[in-house]
Design a protein around this ligand. Structure first.
Ligand code: F0G
Length: 355
C-alpha cells in the first residue's frame, strides 16, 4: 500500500529544492478524478472532474499552501499574511498552525462564506474584515509584506504556483496523457497559471504528448479578463471568484492564448444551475464558484462549441460544505423545508410514497 505523502514529497523531483528543506504538509493532493457520465452525455464529450474539495481544508489552495508555508518555514518566518475571498485564508490558517506561525488574514467585508470564515477562526488566524473588496485586500496585504517582517502567501508568491501545478501532474499521471481540454473557474487567476505551468512542464520532457486547451470561466459580474479591463465593483454569488483585478491576469491570458483556449463569462444563474446538476445528478457537492467551470462547459456545449468525444477535465475547486446555503433553496428560490414524520414505519413509508 502506498501512503500519499502530500504534494511536496510526491513531486519533489519536479519542484524547486528549497521547498523540501522544511516540509509543512497536511497530506494535500492525491484528489479523485471522477468520471461524470451525466455531463459526458449532456456535452457529447468525455467529462472528468478533478475534485479539489477533497483536500485537507476543502479546496485546491492546500497544494499551494504546503509549498508557500514550507518555504516561509525554511526562511524562519514567524508571521504570514494573505488577502482572501475565503479559501486561501482557511488554508493559510491551517498550514500556519501546522508550522507554528501566526497567520493574518484580510477578507472583504461581509462577503465570505460562513464555512471558510469558521475555518480561519478555528485555526487561530488573526482575521481582519477590510472595508473594501478582495482587490483592496490584496493591495494592502502586499504593502504589509513589503513593510514588515511578514510573508505574503497569496498566489503572487511563486511558491504557491509551484505547489498548485501538481494538480496538472496528477491529471496526466491518472490519464496517461493530457486531456484535450482543461476547464476551471478563474478568480485571481493563480490556478489557471499553475495548471498551465504543470501541463507545459510535463509536455516539455515528454511525460505528456501534448498540452490541453485551457478553458477559464469568470463570473459575469466579475469578469475583467473577458471585458479587457478591471471591474471596480465585482458582484457575483460565487464569492470565491468575486475579483475585479486578478493578480495573474497576464499569465492567464498567456495560458489561454498559448494553449488555444478561451476565457469566458458565466452568469450566476448558469453557475447555480451547474451547481445543482453537480449535486443532484452527478453526486458531487461543490461551492458555487467551483461550479463555474462546469457551467462554462455546459454553456459551450449548448452553443455547439464542445468538440465531439473530446476528453475534458474540469476542476471543481472547493467543497460544498464551505457555503452550504445554496443547497437549501429550490431552483425557484423557495426555502427547502424537511418533511416531518412521526417515528413509525408506516408514516415514514407513506412520506416516501413506497406503498
Ligand atoms: N474556486 C474557488 C473555490 C476559489 O476559492 C478560488 C479563489 C477560485 C476558484 C479561483 O482561483 O484565484 O486561482 O483564479 N479563491 C481565492 C481565495 C481568491 O482567496 O480563496 P484563482
Amino acid at each position: 500500500a502506498h501512503l500519499w505523502r502530500g504534494v511536496i514529497a510526491e513531486y519533489a523531483d519536479r519542484l524547486p529544492a528549497h521547498l523540501s528543506e522544511k516540509v509543512v504538509t497536511l497530506g494535500e493532493g492525491g484528489t479523485p478524478l471522477v468520471a461524470a457520465p451525466v455531463l459526458s452525455e449532456r456535452t457529447g464529450a468525455e467529462v472528468l472532474l478533478k475534485v479539489e474539495g477533497m483536500n485537507p481544508t476543502g479546496s485546491f489552495k492546500d497544494r499551494g499552501m504546503t509549498t508557500a508555508i514550507s518555504a516561509a518555514a525554511a526562511r524562519g518566518a514567524k508571521v504570514v499574511v494573505c488577502a482572501s475571498t475565503g479559501n486561501t485564508s482557511a488554508s493559510a490558517a491551517a498550514y500556519a498552525t501546522a508550522a507554528g506561525m501566526l497567520c493574518a488574514v484580510l477578507v472583504p467585508d461581509g462577503k465570505i462564506a460562513m464555512g471558510k470564515l469558521s475555518q480561519a477562526i478555528a485555526h487561530g488566524a488573526r482575521l481582519l474584515q477590510v472595508d473594501g473588496n478582495f482587490d483592496d485586500c490584496l493591495v494592502a496585504a502586499r504593502k504589509l509584506a513589503d513593510a514588515y517582517a511578514v510573508e505574503l502567501v497569496n498566489s503572487v508568491n511563486p511558491d504557491r504556483i509551484q505547489g498548485q501545478k501538481t494538480a496538472a501532474f496528477e491529471v496526466v499521471d491518472a490519464l496517461g496523457d493530457a486531456p484535450d481540454i482543461h476547464a476551471l473557474p478563474v478568480g485571481n487567476a493563480g490556478n489557471i497559471t499553475a495548471y498551465w505551468k504543470g501541463y507545459t512542464e510535463y509536455a516539455a520532457d515528454g511525460t505528456a504528448s501534448r498540452t490541453p486547451a485551457m478553458w477559464g470561466f469568470q463570473a459575469a459580474g466579475a469578469a475583467p479578463i473577458v471585458a479587457g479591463h478591471p471591474v471596480t465593483h465585482p458582484e457575483t454569488i460565487a464569492t470565491a471568484i468575486r475579483i475585479g483585478n486578478p493578480a495573474s491576469w497576464a499569465q492567464a491570458e498567456d495560458a489561454r492564448d498559448t494553449s488555444g483556449g478561451l476565457i469566458e463569462a458565466v452568469t450566476d444563474d448558469q453557475i447555480l444551475a451547474a451547481h445543482r446538476v453537480l449535486s443532484s445528478e452527478v453526486g458531487v457537492f461543490v461551492e458555487p464558484a467551483s461550479a463555474a467551470g462546469v457551467a462554462g462547459v455546459l454553456a459551450l456545449a449548448e452553443q455547439g462549441r464542445v468538440p465531439a468525444g473530446a476528453r475534458i477535465v474540469v476542476t471543481v475547486t472547493g467543497h460544498g460544505l464551505k457555503d452550504p446555503q445554496w443547497a437549501l433553496r429550490t431552483a425557484d428560490g423557495s426555502e427547502v423545508v424537511p418533511v416531518r414524520v412521526s417515528a413509525d414505519v408506516v408514516s415514514i413509508a407513506d412520506a416516501l410514497e413506497l406503498a
